[in-house]
Ligand binder design. Structure first.
Ligand SMILES: Nc1ncnc2c1ncn2[C@@H]1O[C@H](COP(=O)(O)OP(=O)(O)OP(=O)(O)O)[C@@H](O)[C@H]1O
Ligand SMILES: O=c1[nH]c(=O)c2[nH+]cn([C@@H]3O[C@H](COP(=O)(O)O)[C@@H](O)[C@H]3O)c2[nH]1
Ligand SMILES: NC(=O)CC[C@H](N)C(=O)O
Ligand SMILES: [Mg+2]
Length: 532
């Protein structure tokens, strides 16, 4: 990493815990819990060569992951990890990895899957140094497990610090060195006292000073962006009106002023009047001059006849990139006469927490699928490691208006992943109008902020109805409203029955082409928030 990029990096100023990501769906939650404790942390790929690290962490956490350590394809940590003299905590796969690195025969496939809550028994080793991970917990603790593989043997020089009914080695500690492993997931809310374990590790064992605060982020991020972009280069910003990109755009504007160009791409699958409204709101509340690029026809023509969800996502992602590239050329042309500004070198995305590393692909979120090699724009993602609620807290720090901050997330592929199957202009229209009624009623009932995300999906199947005594044959509208704190897991919102009946009646009366309305009762997991 170059010296310039290193300037203003928080890991040079704050005690930092390094999280090595083995691809768990919940790796980011480790960071979030640590930040809540005031401990600065960063996440890198599990295979990072540790001698190349641009900073010295106070300790290292190995995350969970979908692989099995004994498989030939499994990812492994740099063996150098044991020579750094740093405290290490392995979580689930991370714990199995520690044991495997010491002796590959320590880990094997289990006989039973252990998914869900388990009572953990904490063992007193008689040595205060070894007991530190569970300090203050007492003799029992409710934990969440999610594994199949298990430790078969205690690694040499380790002792047992916790057990569960299924895991003889649910917690292990090295007898001399500050190396610990746990089979359960302390980062999950389902492990109610998990934060205490992370506190014990990061603050007590690693000795990290918990001096990190959200307000540090603003100055640090602005300094980082200024150093990265330099005095002349320009930045193109994908701005959707969503929470992430609005907050990211506000930071960019503060950092580099009019060298930042905010672009909203109308992908033909935005909600009713959305582009006009976003342009107005961002201008009014953030003083950001947004250019709206009309890509509607292009997107819809490329989506014609396509029904596979992943194909739809990929087509949309690629079309976004094509249009961003065209915009970069336009902006450079316009700036030709200005000696003070240089080329457009960066693309800003407001992405907050995303799946990266070797995590199993559940969906190709278009914005995080990686940019094509042919793109000569480098990515800037100021919020890349934050969770939505952290982005909102950061936005409040930047005095961004409540309505912008509380907007329900809206995915980049827009209504296209809520219109099951083929996206046609007619079905986009149905989806827009039904969605508008649903959201307007939710707002009017004063429950918009109680719901994390709500929308109407349109089925591929049709159903018969009777309207004005005539037979009609139309699509099914599927209402979805969920409550979640981190969008990783979610439960359906419990509507007042009268309200949901009113919404259903309005949709059936006002949207021609819809003959049924249903409510999606699926939690995440096993469902996801979007339909496709
Ligand atoms: N229609 C669009 N035009 C331009 N950029 C977009 C558009 N949709 C998404 N993006 C880019 O992709 C990024 C990821 O989208 P995502 O939906 O995750 O974030 P967001 O729209 O900023 O916030 P939210 O999650 O609240 O919707 C955005 O931050 C933005 O940079
Ligand atoms: O920018 C985005 N591009 C995408 O391709 C995408 N797919 C899902 N989402 C949003 O991510 C959150 C979790 O969604 P899922 O439970 O459907 O995976 C929810 O908030 C979704 O709206 C996306 N956001
Ligand atoms: N959550 C995890 O880290 C799981 C680890 C490993 N894949 C197992 O099944 O045991
Ligand atoms: Mg969005």
């Amino acid at each position: 990493m170059s010296g310039i990029i290193e300037q203003g990096q928080p890991h040079n100023e704050f005690d930092t815990i390094l999280v090595l990501d083995f691809g768990s769906q919940t790796s980011h939650l480790i960071l979030r819990r640590l930040r809540n404790l005031g401990v600065y942390c960063e996440m890198l790929a599990c295979t990072t060569k540790l001698k190349d690290l641009p900073f010295k962490p106070k300790g290292i956490i190995l995350s969970g992951g979908p692989s099995s350590v004994y498989d030939s394809e499994a990812p492994h940590v740099d063996p150098e990890i044991f020579n750094l003299g740093l405290p290490i905590l392995g979580i689930c796969y991370g714990c199995q990895e520690l044991a495997w690195r010491i002796d590959a025969t320590n880990v094997a496939r289990g006989e039973v899957r252990e998914y869900g809550h388990t009572e953990l028994k904490v063992h007193d080793s008689g040595d205060a140094k070894i007991n530190r991970l569970f300090e203050g917990i007492g003799s029992e603790m409710d934990v969440y497990m999610s594994h199949f593989d298990k430790l078969k043997k205690l690694p040499t020089d380790f002792c047992i610090i916790a057990t569960s009914a299924n895991s003889e080695f649910a917690g292990i500690a090295h007898k001399e060195k500050p190396i610990f492993g746990v089979q359960f997931h302390p980062e999950l809310e389902h492990t109610p006292r998990g934060s205490e374990i992370l506190h014990n590790f990061a603050i007590n064992i690693c000795g990290a000073n918990p001096a990190w605060k959200m307000e540090n982020f603003r100055a640090k991020e602005i300094a980082r962006i200024r150093a990265l972009v330099g005095p002349n280069d320009q930045v193109l910003g994908g701005v959707s009106g969503g929470v992430d990109s609005s907050v990211a755009a506000a930071v960019m504007k503060e950092a580099i002023g009019d060298r930042f160009h905010a672009i909203l791409i109308d992908n033909g699958v935005m909600r009713l009047n959305e582009c006009e409204q976003v342009k107005e709101t961002l201008g009014e509340h953030l003083g950001i001059n947004l250019t709206v690029v009309d890509g509607g026809e292009l997107f819809l023509s490329r989506l014609k006849g396509v029904t596979d969800p992943e194909k739809k996502r990929k087509i949309i992602g690629k079309t976004f990139i094509d249009l961003f590239q065209e915009e970069a050329i336009r902006i450079e042309k316009e700036a030709e006469a200005r000696p003070d500004v240089g080329p457009v070198k960066y693309l800003l995305q407001g992405t907050s927490v995303s799946y990266k590393g070797p995590a199993a692909t559940i969906k190709t979120h278009h914005n995080v699928g990686g940019l094509p090699d042919t793109l000569n724009l480098k990515l800037i993602e100021p919020l890349r490691e934050m969770f939505k609620d952290e982005v909102r807290a950061f936005g409040r720090e930047l005095s961004i208006h409540h309505d912008v901050l509380m907007r329900h997330p809206f995915p980049g592929p827009g209504l296209a992943i809520r219109i099951l199957g083929e996206v046609t202009p007619e079905r986009v229209e149905l989806s827009r109008r039904a969605d508008h009624i649903f959201i307007s009623e939710i707002r009017a009932a004063g429950i918009y902020d109680d719901i994390s995300q709500a929308y109407v999906a349109i089925s591929q199947d049709r159903a018969v109805g009777v309207q004005g005594d005539a037979r009609v044959y139309g699509f099914i509208a599927i209402l979805r409203a969920v409550v979640t704190s981190d969008f990783m897991s979610a439960t359906p919102y419990e509507f007042d029955w009268k309200l949901i009946k009113k919404i259903s009646t309005r949709i059936l009366n006002e949207v021609d082409g819809i003959t049924r309305v249903t409510y999606d009762m699926t939690s995440k997991p096993p469902g996801t928030i979007e339909m496709e």
